[in-house]
Ligand binder design. Sequence first.
Ligand code: PMP
Length: 397
Amino acid sequence: MALRDQFPILQREVNGYPLVYLDNAATTQKPQVVIDAMNAYYSESNANVHRAVHTLAGEATEGYESCRTKLKQRFNASKAIITSGTTEAINLVAHAWGRANLQKGDAILLTEMEHHSDIVPWQMLAEERGIELRYVPVTQHFTLDMEAFTHALDGAKLVCVVHTSNVLGVRNPLEEIIEASHKVGAKVLIDAAQGVPHSTVDFTAFGADFMAFSAHKMCGPTGIGALLVQPDAFEEMQPFMGGGDMIETVTIEGSTYQTNEHKFEAGTPRIAEAIGWSAALDWMNTFDLDAEHARLIEIAAWVAQELRSMGITVYGRHGEHDAAVVSFLHPTINSEDMAHLLDARGYAVRTGHHCAQPLLTRLGISGTVRASFYIYNTRKEAEGFVQEMKEITEKFA
Ligand code: PMP
């Protein structure tokens, strides 16, 4: 079956028009195999994991742990902690590694391109511990100011950087950042929420110490994500949430902890979601992601060029390794009005600050309209979108 036909939601209409879903940077749609895997778990195998010997518990445990195994295989990682998403994964680093390893006067280097989920946890830790936060500026070419990065790196203990911007689609020079950071002894956290849906990463070769991402941006369910950790950084992490499953023994006097990833997965985990993500990870192996990425970035670059030719400001550069995200502002039509006009014809796009207010402040704007493309989007949909934008512009500008 053609890739696109495997997504039941793409058959629906919105306001009497076929749905054209261009809000993929917010969340992607799910193929039937993912929906089926989650339904099958609830209708046939539902049980809690790890602690019982009965058949259903065995099936649930196997399903949950298969997600971890597949994550390790796909990303060549030795440690994969399952979290509720990118946000929890980054907060986990702040609590489990940051609290154990950072002290008053230490510096964390962030960038102005970060999503709020890679800013706010560090602000909270900085306030609690008296840690200095430094921000690498974004240039007018929508890239990180690497000269400023080099200067700000001196004395930093941790560098946190977004793999690919959710607003601009720009992929950062991560290899250079990781190498320079390690030279000064700083650990590196990559927010790969928008990166890994578009490209595969060999985490061991890549060398970042921590990498966070969410299943729902790569055809998996909501409510689940992962934190990949290199073995030495893993040893430096202290448990954050206490409770069932993360312990080895508990007595009135005290507790000892698991030594593997379970140490950071207290309580009943996200079993159905892990089973759904496991199915999504298998499904992602059925096509060539690099080829899809090449197709999508070409579409995005073309859309960006067409919008610019209509007098619309586009934020981003749409290079070979960037994500297929087109953020734009019409000179006279308000973003929300634009999104409503598009929705009236079946086009789903996002407006607002995209949880990246410092970046928008740097760009001198308060929001954009964002059209983001993923593997099931077609050239024909992009052409329809451009045509619709032309009609809106002619009618309302
Ligand atoms: N970082 C980036 C770059 C993102 O795009 C997102 C999701 N918009 C997040 C972090 C947060 O992801 P989640 O809400 O799945 O935790």
